[in-house]
Every structure is written in C-alpha cells, then in structure tokens.
Write a protein of this length. Structure first.
Length: 217
C-alpha cells in the first residue's frame, strides 16, 4: 500500500515552490512554458542574444536604420532619438515609447533558458530522490494494474494511448496558454480571470473523466 504525504504538506510544498520561483526569477512558475522553450532551445538562444544586443534603444535604432538603408536605399530623413526631440509637433521616425509611458519601465523578458532547463531537471531529480528515499523506486514498463484494468492491457495499445494523450495535453496547454501549474498555482493566486476559467475547465473535465472511468466503464 502506497503511503503519501498529507494534503497540507503537499500544499505547503507547492506554495513554497511557486513563491520561491517567482521571487528568484521575477516570473510566474509554469512547466509547459519551460518545456516548450527547452525543446526550442536554438530559437530561444537566438532571441536571448538579440535581446542582449538590442537592450540599448540607441543600438536598436541604429540597427533599424541600417536595415532600412540596406533594403530601401539611403534614408531620406535622419531619425532623431526620442530624447533629442524638443518639439511635440514634429515626431521623429523610430520614436521610442509614447509620451504616456514611463521610460524607466522596460519590457519583461523571459527567464533565461538555463533557468527553465534547471527547473525541468529539478522536477525529475526531485521525484527520483523522493522515490529512492521511500524505498519504492523500481522501473516498470506499464502504467500499473489500475490502468490495465480500466483502459487496456495491450502494451501496444498502451503506448498509442499515451502518445495520443500526450499530444492532446500539449495541444490543450498551448490552446489555454498554460498548464495546471501556470494557471492553477500562479494565475489563480493572482486572481487572473483567464486562469480561473482555465483551471475550472481542467479540473471539471478531470472529475467527469474519472467518474466515467470508475463508475461507468
């Protein structure tokens, strides 16, 4: 018989993880977003390098002017940096943030890719340590007797169902803009209406499917 932590210990652990991650990275915690970025690490590295290169507004403006000259020929109007414009009647091309925005506020950039990779590795290593410390660690090639009884005992069918289920989960998290960790732990904690609706959809669907499996099938 499996022995699990009490519910309150799991709640405290999840709260500590969520709050700690947010304080450390200044970003919300989410597993599906981390997994997506790690899978597309080449693209993410290019984005990070571009962000580092064009962090300075003047550098970005110069790069835009150079690209415009290269594509359309010499520019007819010399762009004026926003801080050099003295009149409101003659806005400069490539003007920076609008006058209503705070120039000290910068766009929030994604967490560094290495941080996302460390998060995923930590989830795997943490689960491994917990199972080994409890003495219940062992490798298995199926989903257990409950899965065989309720779904299928055919190994090929099991692999097909797990693959299709994984694809549907990935599609659903993309469609919802996050998974249960991002919406349920962070979004609901911030009272985000989108996250509240998404989380309600997650759990209501899980309740219905569990009922159908255990009581109907």
């Amino acid at each position: 018989m499996s022995v699990y932590w009490p519910w309150w210990a799991g709640a405290v652990g999840l709260a500590a993880l969520t709050i700690g991650y947010t304080l450390f990275t200044d970003r919300p915690f989410g597993v599906s977003g981390a997994w997506d970025r790690v899978l597309h690490w080449r693209r993410e590295r290019d984005i990070e390098r571009a962000d580092e290169e064009f962090a300075d507004w003047n550098v970005l403006t110069a790069a835009l002017v150079a690209a415009t000259d290269d594509h359309f020929g010499p520019a007819l109007v010399v762009p004026v940096p926003p801080q050099a414009s003295n009149t409101e009647s003659s806005p400069a091309p490539f003007a920076g943030p609008s006058s209503g925005e705070d120039p000290t506020v910068t766009r929030q950039r994604p967490v560094p890719l290495v941080t996302q990779a460390a998060l995923l590795i930590s989830i795997f290593v943490g689960g491994l340590i917990a199972s080994m410390a409890s003495g219940r660690f062992h490798l298995r090639l199926d989903m257990g007797p409950g899965f065989r009884h309720l779904v299928t005992a055919n190994p090929i069918g099991m692999v097909v169902l797990l693959f299709v289920g994984g694809v549907l989960v990935g599609f659903g998290t993309r469609l919802a803009g996050g998974c249960s960790s991002g919406h349920g732990l962070n979004g609901c904690g911030r009272l985000d209406p989108v996250s509240i609706v998404a989380t309600a959809t997650f759990f209501s669907t899980a309740v219905v499917v569990s009922f159908l499996l255990w009581k109907v099938v």
